[in-house]
Design a protein around this ligand. Sequence first.
Ligand SMILES: [Fe+2]
Length: 269
Amino acid sequence: MIYLQFAIPIKFATFAAKKFSMAFLGLFGKKRDRLVPLSELGLTCDMHSHLIPNVDDGSKSIEDSITLIKGLHQMGYKKLILTPHFMTGFYNNTADGVREKLETLKTELARQSVDVDLNVAAEYYIDYDFMHDLSRKPMLTIHDKMLLFECSFTNQHRNFDETVFEMQINGYKPVLAHPERYLYWHNCHSLMQEFHDRGILFQINILSIIGGYSPSVRKMATWLIENDMCDFLGTDLHNASHLAAIKNTMIPERLLNKLKNSNLLNNSL
Ligand SMILES: [Fe+2]
């Protein structure tokens, strides 16, 4: 069950976020690695989260969704593009289905006077139906034909190149969700560079930077940022423990400076 991987490591994320500061400085002990708040980046748009209730492994109720959205709003996010999983056999979502749920959520937020711009897209798993639909029906995009997609965490998709090509010839801009989390690519730096050069945009999870998944995922996220391959930072928010870990996130100052000087696209959406 591939999606069990989402929930388990994140239970340790809050703990990891607190301990990361000491561990990082303990290991390197250099002034240039001092930690600074990620909020200094001024992100106002998040484009990856699972806050439509009861459609995937994210929020389990409208009340949970409202609480999580309020939490992001308090952190400075003004626009949220919600991206439920689309994965045949696990999460059989439809565009009409998630749009309908979005409207319910928007109504409740308006009733509670939460001033946040809410949109819905999708996080597509690259399976047969995804390939089939690409040329046959409009897909849910995060913005301007940008298509958020994810792969298996355990095995490289044998048709990965063909799938990306299919997206591109159908006019879409592929955005790979959390490239740092695919363990089989952790020793493939040149391949990651090649993917990026071929037009795949990369969305890195904030939790990855603070060690919320594993040290090797953090290392890969850091390498991608250091090498100018972070196009989006996403919360990939599923639940309250994610929110607690992401709140008050501190990251090494050199990474923050790198991100400030990069072409992060979040706030352009
Ligand atoms: Fe996700």
